[in-house]
Design a protein around this ligand. Structure first.
Ligand code: NAD
Ligand code: DAU
Length: 371
């Protein structure tokens, strides 16, 4: 039977996917209140939620998911019946350079949320029905060979980075709370998201912004690693489907049906950026360092750099279970998704410019070289 969430607690709602989901959820007619709980780490940004402060259904609490007392209090005060858990340390390179924060937030933090949920929902029976939805990643399944079948929900876990190991641990805790205590959980493992509000250390926004400022486009190793690119709007729709139609205790893989090598996506972005810049004299004037403004193709900025240690070669997602059981299908093809994403970054310079305090690519490379 379908589930109708009333009062949502959204952790990590000031991050990339969380903010897109908060916006998506509040745009549905008849949706109830949403409380965002976010620690506002370097990746959290209240500007991602700008405009929502006028919506009486929306409230924001700055706080840490590891603070179990805070989570319990929020759940009781707001009669939360549904948690959608996005909060995490999410960047693989950072997890290689410093795993501690990943263990704390992704493992200990998820456990604190589960403990609070058990106390309020199961021990105190504060609500009639409840759901704990955990947002996880395809990286928990490890790396595929070129001809291996895509990851499905029963693929054994084989995480290779401190990030994916911490997400795998959190997935296991969610499973354990379901099996042991009967918590009503659902879990999604999805592929690489892209779209508006993505922090500019991740590949796609980093490429777009570096092209505008004429900086190198760092490609790790040979660039033949394969990812399945999922537009964040499709991911948000998938989570809505899981929340409302998903079966308690089930896991759903969510993909974008857009497998490409990194080199292919880098070249696609270069081509689209060249087209957009060349077609607009104002853009060329605004970005005098861009290759287009200097009469060169953006591809001339491509630079092969030191590979990420333990770099997974290929991810691919079999999302047939979500299609069959929930009616999920991605709506974006890669060319259209990249175009709208590039256009968003071109229109929203005021959003990303304040985030460029550090040259992320150089920072990662110099730290890798120092090892
Ligand atoms: P993000 O890094 O953009 O955002 C994470 C958010 O969590 C930030 O707002 C941050 O302030 C908040 N946060 C971090 N630690 C916290 C803590 N201790 N307490 C409260 N808030 C905290 O991440 P994202 O890309 O939006 O990813 C969201 C979720 O989706 C993560 O769980 C990630 O593992 C998962 N995921 C992401 C992708 C992707 O491609 N981005 C793909 C698969 C799964
Ligand atoms: O697969 C899902 C995962 O996708 C999520 O769980 C993670 O939270 C999310 O960050 C993302 O992980 P990736 O490591 O795949 O994303 P990233 O954008 O960091 O890198 C994408 C690919 O591009 C990867 O193969 C590494 C490569 N890369 C990345 C950067 C930042 C480069 O070649 N150069 C770069 O500068």
């Amino acid at each position: 039977m379908d589930y109708a969430p009333d009062n949502l607690l959204i952790t990590g709602g000031a991050g990339f996917i969380g903010a897109n989901f908060v916006r998506h959820w509040l745009s549905r007619p008849g949706t109830g209140p949403v409380v965002v709980l976010d620690a506002l780490t370097y990746a959290g940004n209240q500007a991602n939620l700008r405009g929502l402060e006028h919506d009486s259904r929306y409230s924001f609490v700055r706080g840490d998911i590891c603070d179990e007392a805070l989570v319990s209090r929020l759940m009781a005060e707001h009669r939360i019946d549904t948690i959608v858990h996005f909060a995490a340390e999410s960047h693989v390179d950072r997890s290689i350079l410093g795993p501690d924060d990943f263990i704390r937030t992704n493992v200990v933090g998820t456990h604190a949320l589960l403990k609070a949920a058990k106390k309020i929902w199961l021990d105190e029976k504060a609500v009639r029905a409840h759901r704990f939805h955990h947002v996880s990643t395809d990286e928990v399944y490890g790396s595929l060979g070129l001809s291996d079948p895509a990851f499905h929900e029963l693929t054994p876990y084989a995480p290779n980075s401190p990030y994916s190991a911490s997400k795998a641990a959190s997935d296991h805790l969610v499973r354990a709370y379901r099996e042991t205590y009967g918590l009503h959980t659902t879990l999604t493992n999805c592929s690489n998201n892209y779209g508006p509000y993505q922090f500019p250390e991740k590949l796609l926004p980093l490429l777009i912004i570096n092209i505008l400022s004429g900086k190198p486009l760092p490609v790790y190793g040979d660039g033949l690693q394969i990812r399945d690119w999922l537009h964040v709007a499709d991911h948000c729709r998938a989570i809505e489907l899981v929340l409302t139609r998903g079966m308690v205790g089930e896991v759903y893989n969510i993909g974008g049906n857009c497998e490409t090598t990194n080199m292919q996506i880098v070249r696609a972005i270069c081509r689209q950026m060249d087209e957009l810049l060349q077609a607009d004299a104002n853009l060329l004037k605004s970005y005098p360092q861009s290759p287009a403004a200097r009469g060169k193709p953006a591809e001339t900025l491509i630079t092969h750099v030191r590979d990420r240690p333990g770099h997974d070669r290929r991810y691919a997602i079999d999302f047939s279970k979500a299609s069959r059981e929930l009616g999920y299908a991605p709506s974006f093809d890669l060319a259209a998704g990249l175009r709208s994403t590039i256009e968003w970054y071109l229109l929203n310079t005021a959003w990303w410019q304040p985030l460029l305090g550090r040259d992320y690519a150089q920072w990662v490379q110099s730290n890798y070289s120092a090892r």
